[in-house]
Design a protein around this ligand. Structure first.
Ligand code: PAF
Length: 288
């Protein structure tokens, strides 16, 4: 562990990243990867801790991936806090930060896209066309660039996690994917880099999303029909002050296929807007 003012070592090129990983490999050490877009919060730090518990070395990545944003405005607004992030990573005990610039990741002439069907459809895939292609493409590159043994993803972005699991299996990429539980504020709000864009009033409203999911999960566990339960939950989210609900759905936690009633492994997924901030959340129904 370091103090809160020292920063973790940063590399910016694939060559430098591979050299560090090769050095560790020569010592017989294993490597865990924590892909991020920065603006690190306790959720990301929990991924670093999980990586350190499982592997000898923890490498975080920081790359604000333009290919997964749906609007230039959203990309421009994304917080850029590298100095702060590198201090947080040092304090958490991470060993390295890989923070390539845009040209290192997508040099002139770059022309390859990874597109995952099935689990990418619906939910965030419906509202954010191309988003999961962007995620799959950059994660494929990060996995191949680092050669890490394992990578850590939060369950808050559950659809992203399923997309990553799918292409890793389909492309035979030799990396183990580790899901980690969503980290929440005391009032239930799932930690997200987007939370820092909420006004004080919106921050007060925001936990209503998780409350509505919990109430719906209880009714669904008791055998209620998804249609009526989810309609009531969407109304509760709007009544609490959310401006719009993009989706509120019951799906299988593996295939992400829509469900009409709770089954083993079912989850409820939601996305809703507070003015310009889109929040997502999901929870298991009954035993996940
Ligand atoms: O979850 C994120 O922060 C991003 O989607 C990821 C996995 C780092 C890919 O850019």
């Amino acid at each position: 562990m370091s103090d809160s003012t020292s920063a973790v070592e940063i590399v910016r090129t694939v060559k430098a990243l591979r050299a560090r990983v090769a050095g560790w490999r020569a010592e017989g050490l294993t490597v865990g990867l924590i892909p991020t877009m920065g603006a690190l919060h306790a959720g990301h730090i929990s991924l670093v801790e999980a990586a350190l518990a499982r592997y000898d070395r923890a490498v975080a990545t920081l790359f604000i991936n333009p290919r997964q944003f749906n609007s230039a405005a959203d990309l421009a607004k994304y917080p850029r806090t590298e100095v702060d992030d590198s201090r947080k990573l040092a304090a958490a005990g991470a060993h390295l930060l890989y923070a390539p610039d845009g040209d290192a990741m997508y040099p002139p002439g770059y022309a390859t896209n990874i597109s995952v069907s099935g689990v990418s459809s619906g939910l965030c895939g419906a509202d954010r066309p191309g988003h999961f292609d962007g995620v799959a493409t950059v994660c494929t590159k990060l996995f191949l660039q680092s050669g890490a043994d394992g990578a850590f993803f939060g369950e808050k972005d559950f659809q992203q996690l399923q997309v990553v699991r799918r292409f890793v299996q389909d492309l035979n990429i030799p990396i183990e994917i580790h899901p980690c539980p969503t980290v929440r504020e005391a009032d239930g709000l799932a930690l997200s880099s987007r939370n820092m864009r909420l006004t004080p009033r919106e921050r007060q409203i925001a936990p209503a999303l998780h409350r509505a999911l919990q109430a719906a999960a209880e009714r669904l566990s008791a055998g209620a029909d998804a249609g009526s339960v989810l309609a009531a939950a969407a109304a509760a989210i709007r009544d609490a002050g959310f401006d719009r609900v993009d989706y509120l759905e019951l799906r299988d936690g593996g295939s992400l296929a829509p469900l009409e009633r709770a089954e083993t492994g079912a989850r409820i997924f939601a996305a809703a807007w507070l003015d310009e901030v889109r929040l997502i959340d999901n929870i298991p129904v009954g035993a996940a």
